[in-house]
Write a protein that binds this ligand. Structure first.
Ligand code: SF4
Length: 431
C-alpha cells in the first residue's frame, strides 16, 4: 500500500519528504502507513503534529503512524503517546525504510530511534524534486554551526555538512537532461557550504555555471555578511537568478548581538545597498523575527524605521519570536515580550512589506520580465509563472503549449486576489 506523507515546516523539510517518498514509496503491507515529517521551529508546530497523529489514529486504529523530522529529534517525549507507533529522529532518518519494514513485519517492538544528532557527519543524499517538472529544489547542505540564540536547528539537524561539488554538478547535468529549467540550491545554512575539498559556495556556483547548460540557477537564504563582492560579481552571468533571500532577523545591533548573529544593523543595510547598486532589478526578500526577549518598543522601532527608510529591499517575511527548548534565548528571563505585542509588531512589519510590494508593482507595470511557466493557477484558466527576479506573474494561457518554457511577458496589471500577497498579471510577448 502507498505510504501517505504529511509535511510540516520549511522548504528543506519539503525536499526531505520528497526524498523519503522516493525511499519508501510503497510498503509490502496492507496496513495504512502515515509518515509525519515534522518541524520544530515553534512549539506550536510540534503540537500540530501531535494533533494530527491523534486524528489519524482515531480514523484508523490499525494504521502505522510514524513521526520523523525535527520535532521527533528534539521534542521526542511529546510523541510518547498511544497515537504514535514509531518516532524516528533526524539521526536515523536514512534508515527509515528498514525501521518501518521491521515494525510492519513485527521484527522489532522498538518505538524510539534517536541518538545525539551531533554525531551525524554524512550530508545525506540531497535533492528533492518539485512536482511541477520545471524546477528542482536541490539540497546541497544540512545542519548549522552557528547556534544563534533563538534557533533550535543545530540541535535538530546537527553540525554543517555539505555535498561534494562534483556530485552536485553531475546531478544538475542529469536534471538538465530531464528537461528541468531551474535548480534552486538550498540548505539549512547555505553560506556555510564547504565540501571536503574546501570548495565554498562561490566556487560551487562558478562550477555549475561553467560546467552545465542549466538555464536558471537560484540561491536561497544568505546572511548579510555572506553577500561578498565575489558572489555579486557572479550575477554578471544572467543564468544566476537575481533573487536574494537575506536572513536578516533584526535591524538593531543590540538585538542582533543578543541573537548571537555576527553582523550589525549597518552591515545589514549596507548589504541591501550593495545588491541593488550592482543589480538594480534584483529582488531582496528577508526574514525578520519580532518580539525577541529584551526587544523593547524602542528597539523594535529601530528595526521598523531602518527598514522603512531603506529603499532597497522588496519583501519581508515576518516571524513572531517563539520559545524553543535547548536554545540560549530561553535563558533570558527578563523583558519577555507578551504574545499580543509580538502580534502587533508582526502586523506592522507585514503592512510595511505589503506597501513596498504594492509600490514596486506600480513602478513595474508596463515593463517586461522573463518568466518560467510553472503550472496552472488555482484560478481556472490562468497559468502560474515565476520571473528570474522572483515576481509571480499570472498569464491567461494554456498549459499544454507552454509548460516548463521560459517566456517573455509584459506586465499589464497587479491583482491582489492572486495568492497571499498578490501577483502580476501579464501577457506573453511574441518573440
Ligand atoms: S545560522 Fe540559521 S540555522 Fe544556523 S543557528 Fe542561526 S538561524 Fe539557525
Amino acid at each position: 500500500m502507498k505510504t501517505q506523507f504529511h509535511t510540516f515546516g520549511c522548504k528543506v523539510n519539503t525536499y526531505d519528504t520528497s526524498l523519503l517518498e522516493k525511499k519508501i514509496g510503497e510498503t509490502s503491507s496492507r496496513e495504512e502507513v502515515h509518515v509525519l515529517n515534522t518541524c520544530a521551529v515553534t512549539a506550536e508546530a510540534t503540537k500540530d503534529a501531535v494533533r494530527l497523529t491523534r486524528k489519524l489514529k482515531r480514523k484508523n486504529p490499525k494504521s502505522l503512524v510514524v513521526v520523523t523530522g525535527c520535532s521527533a529529534q528534539i521534542d521526542t517525549k511529546d510523541f510518547d503517546i498511544d497515537s504514535v507507533d514509531l518516532v524516528i529522529g533526524n539521526s536515523h532518518k536514512e534508515e527509515i525504510q528498514n525501521i518501518i519494514d521491521d515494525a510492519l513485519n513485527k521484527r522489532s517492538q522498538e518505538k524510539f530511534y534517536h541518538k545525539n544528532i551531533f554525531r551525524k557527519h554524512s550530508p545525506g543524499e540531497g535533492g528533492g524534486i518539485e512536482t511541477e517538472h520545471s524546477r528542482v529544489f536541490f539540497k546541497i547542505q544540512d545542519g548549522c554551526n552557528s547556534f544563534c540564540s533563538f534557533c533550535v536547528i543545530p540541535h535538530t539537524r546537527g553540525l554543517s555538512r555539505s555535498i561534494d561539488a562534483d556530485k552536485i554538478v553531475s546531478r544538475i547535468k542529469e536534471f538538465v537532461l530531464n528537461g528541468y529549467k531551474e535548480v534552486v540550491i538550498t540548505g539549512i545554512h547555505l553560506g556555510d557550504y564547504k565540501d571536503d575539498k574546501n570548495r565554498i559556495l562561490e566556487d560551487l556556483i562558478e562550477k555549475i555555471l561553467e560546467e552545465t547548460t542549466l538555464p536558471r540557477l537560484r540561491l536561497t537564504s544568505l546572511e548579510p555578511i555572506e553577500i561578498s563582492k565575489r558572489l555579486l560579481d557572479l550575477f554578471d552571468n544572467k543564468r544566476l537568478c537575481p533573487h536574494f533571500h537575506i536572513s536578516v532577523q533584526s535591524v538593531n545591533t543590540k538585538i542582533l548581538t543578543a541573537m548571537k548573529r555576527k553582523y550589525s544593523r549597518e552591515e545589514t543595510l549596507d548589504s541591501f545597498k550593495k545588491v541593488k547598486e550592482k543589480i538594480p532589478h534584483g529582488f531582496i526578500g528577508m526574514d525578520v523575527i519580532v518580539g525577541f526577549p529584551g526587544e523593547t518598543k524602542e528597539d523594535f522601532n529601530i528595526t521598523y524605521e531602518s527598514l522603512k527608510n531603506s529603499p532597497y529591499w522588496d519583501k519581508i517575511h515576518v516571524f513572531p519570536y517563539s520559545e524553543r527548548p535547548k536554545t540560549g534565548a530561553t535563558l533570558i528571563k527578563e523583558d519577555i515580550v507578551p504574545l499580543m505585542e509580538r502580534k502587533r509588531r508582526s502586523k506592522l512589519l507585514r503592512e510595511l512589506s505589503q506597501s513596498r510590494i504594492n509600490k514596486r508593482a506600480k513602478e513595474m507595470i508596463g515593463s517586461e520580465l522573463e518568466v518560467l511557466v510553472l503550472n496552472t493557477s488555482k484560478k481556472e484558466g490562468w497559468l502560474k509563472t515565476l520571473s528570474d527576479n522572483y515576481w509571480p506573474v499570472t498569464v491567461a494561457e494554456n498549459l499544454d503549449q507552454n509548460k516548463s518554457k521560459i517566456k517573455r511577458v509584459r506586465l499589464v496589471d497587479f491583482d491582489s486576489s492572486f495568492g497571499r500577497e498578490g501577483s502580476f498579471v501579464g501577457e506573453f510577448v511574441n518573440q
